[in-house]
Design a protein around this ligand. Structure first.
Ligand code: DGL
Length: 258
């Protein structure tokens, strides 16, 4: 695959568009093919086998389109499918996981109290258990499944302030938020809620997502293979979705430009 080949980016639906925004910002010369699987969203309440099957189907489509790398812009699909995808393909497959390390490192040795907001499946899978094992002795970690936050984005209700705040309160009122050092947004859909989380949380709590780190990692991997797009290349983004409705196409464009 040449350096001018596109990068395939996928998610269960519209959440991965938050990763595409970061990619376009940091790597403006790349061609991005985005695939959102909104017809099958949410992934976070499915079985790992179902999510693996759906992810394999999407990556097969990217292979037919001649991608040079794939970004799984979905923590849930990464937990369920990254190993199998890496066994199957020899181009780089970049996955995502909740940015718990970033949250814990902020303490510089001081114990941190961290909420990890993610989907039920991400928090149930071995990959997250392994991540927790690395940090749980030195830090206090609260995994919080928030499936409704996926549905609100998919149904185009992200601007419904009352609905969003009500939903956030349902998940987070159980915590003494003034004692929390950071909240990790461990689902790419949740990145669109950053301002709402800011409204919910005291200023002392940081809000952390993995998008920047994921794109940086993609850049390092492509550079090491000599496959970064040339600097005179015009970057582009093509948005595709398994839900062919005009509503989803419009929503996807809006989220990209948000
Ligand atoms: N955006 C996804 C993630 O990062 C999954 C959302 C879902 O479909 O449940 O985990």
């Amino acid at each position: 695959m040449t350096s001018t080949a596109p990068i395939g980016v996928f998610d269960s639906g519209l959440g991965g568009i938050s990763v595409v925004r970061q990619l376009v910002h940091d790597m403006p010369h790349e061609r991005v093919l985005y695939f959102g699987d909104s017809a099958h969203a949410p992934y976070g309440v499915k079985t790992p086998e179902q999510v693996r099957e759906l992810s394999l189907r999407i990556v097969k489509r990217f292979v037919e389109q001649g991608v040079k790398a794939v970004v799984i812009a979905c923590n849930t699909a990464t937990s369920a499918a990254v190993n199998e995808l890496r066994d199957l393909y020899d181009f780089p497959i970049i996955g995502m996981e909740p940015a718990l390390k970033v949250a814990c490192d902020r303490g510089h040795g001081v114990r941190q109290r961290v909420i990890v907001a993610a989907t039920p499946l991400t928090l149930r899978e071995h990959k997250f258990a392994a991540l927790m094992d690395r940090f749980k002795e030195d830090h206090t970690i609260f995994p919080e499944p928030c499936p409704d936050l996926v549905e609100i984005v998919e149904s185009g209700q992200l601007d419904n302030h009352d609905l969003v705040m009500h939903t956030l309160h349902q998940y987070f009122d159980q915590y003494d938020l003034s004692s929390i050092d950071s909240v990790v947004l461990g689902c790419t859909h949740f990145v669109f809620y950053r301002e709402y989380f800011r409204e919910l949380l005291p200023d002392t709590a940081a809000i952390i997502d993995g998008n920047e780190g994921t794109v940086r990692h993609l850049g390092v991997v492509l550079e090491s293979l000599g496959k970064l797009a040339p600097e005179d290349a015009a970057g582009s983004v093509e948005l595709a979705n398994s839900d062919p409705s005009e509503r989803i196409a419009t929503l996807s464009r809006e989220l990209l430009e948000r």
